[in-house]
Design a protein around this ligand. Structure first.
Ligand code: UDP
Length: 322
């Protein structure tokens, strides 16, 4: 297949592009490098620099030659979305709307979209399945939910085959590609920076949650397994239908358990301080991903948290995250 990967210079996008190329697909990456890195675009992919808003102009007549698109380009910081919701409306909602419209006009038949567990907000029940109510608690989750709804609509109206993949907590590294955010806010990369001595200490945001050790519980999933789901989604997408699948391992780890795993893998002790809760953090987010297994034939190959941490550590310890 000839596949357009938006956001292919970012963390999940670059790994997805790499796996598509390994599987023999022809990949073009569209990325404006606002958060991505050009050197993360895998060898063998064509790179076009620009915003998803301008895909029609940037790719011109070539757009109609694509068999599918994997759309990952987005602003994705929860805290930033609360401070600057307009950016999330413009980048994520308006940008995706324009891109999807351009793809539909050009007759690109398959669209796989990177959605998020953040669309569910504070869950009523865990594990969370795709029929759980969607009540996002921040503009980031709102913006992704708006696109999920758009994809529902466009599948029915235009007969496109669309899939939304709702990621839980993505971790790990693959083929030298890892998490490299200019503004790091995620637990595992921050803990690895602390292990490397690039940070004085680790801060745990809240120890008074209704969980076994009082810290938040999340479902971590290896980036290579996330990428594999995109390939399966491209294959299994059905014309006129919008499939929504959660991607997680179905098991939760607390912040303290993650930090213990980091200490074990890196063989370094972390200096840890407990602070107050971070706004908007639900106590427990764990996925039911039985639909992805059933509908896509997806089976995570690296479900162990220690493997995710070790893969990420191997890259940062080698200075590979630059
Ligand atoms: N967290 C923490 N300290 C940090 C970063 C994150 O205690 O320096 C906690 C955060 O409150 C959440 C969990 O780790 O409960 C995972 O946060 P992350 O930002 O990695 O992912 P999120 O679940 O917000 O998507």
């Amino acid at each position: 297949m000839k596949v357009l990967v938006t956001g292919g210079a970012g963390y999940i996008g670059s790994v997805t592009a790499a796996r598509l190329i390994e599987a023999g697909h022809c990949v073009t990456v569209l990325d404006d490098l606002s958060t991505g890195h050009e050197d993360a675009v895998p060898a063998g992919a064509r790179f076009v620099r620009g915003r998803v808003h301008d895909a029609a102009e940037l790719l011109g007549a070539e757009l109609s030659s694509f068999d599918g698109a994997v759309h990952l380009a987005a602003a994705s910081l929860v805290a930033e979305s609360v401070e600057n919701p307009g950016k999330y409306q413009e980048n994520n909602v308006v940008g995706s709307d324009r891109l999807i419209d351009a793809l539909a006009r050009a007759g690109v038949g398959r669209i796989v979209f990177s959605s998020t567990a953040a669309v569910y907000g504070e869950p009523e029940r865990v594990p969370i399945d795709e029929d759980a109510p969607c009540r996002p608690v921040n503009p980031y989750g709102e913006s992704k939910l708006a696109i999920d709804r758009l994809l529902d609509d466009i599948a029915v109206r235009s007969g496109l085959a669309t899939v939304s993949l709702r990621y839980f907590n993505v971790a790990g590294a693959y083929a030298g590609l890892g998490e490299r955010h200019r503004q790091e806010s995620h637990l595992i990369p921050i803990a690895l920076q602390a292990a490397l001595g690039q940070r004085e200490e680790m801060v745990i945001f809240g120890e008074d949650y209704p969980t076994p050790d009082g810290t938040c519980v999340r479902d971590y999933i290896h980036v290579a397994d996330i990428a594999a789901a995109h390939l399966l989604a491209l294959e299994h997408a059905r014309a006129g239908a919008h499939l929504i699948c959660n991607l997680g391992n179905g098991s939760g780890y607390s912040v303290r358990e993650v930090l213990a795993t980091v200490e074990q893998v890196t063989e370094r002790a972390l200096k840890v301080r407990v602070a107050g809760r971070r706004a908007g953090d639900p106590a427990v987010l764990v996925a039911s991903a039985t639909r992805a297994r059933r509908e896509l034939g997806w089976a995570p190959e690296r479900p162990e948290l220690s493997v995710m941490v070790a893969d990420a550590w191997e890259l940062v310890a080698a200075g590979g995250d630059r």
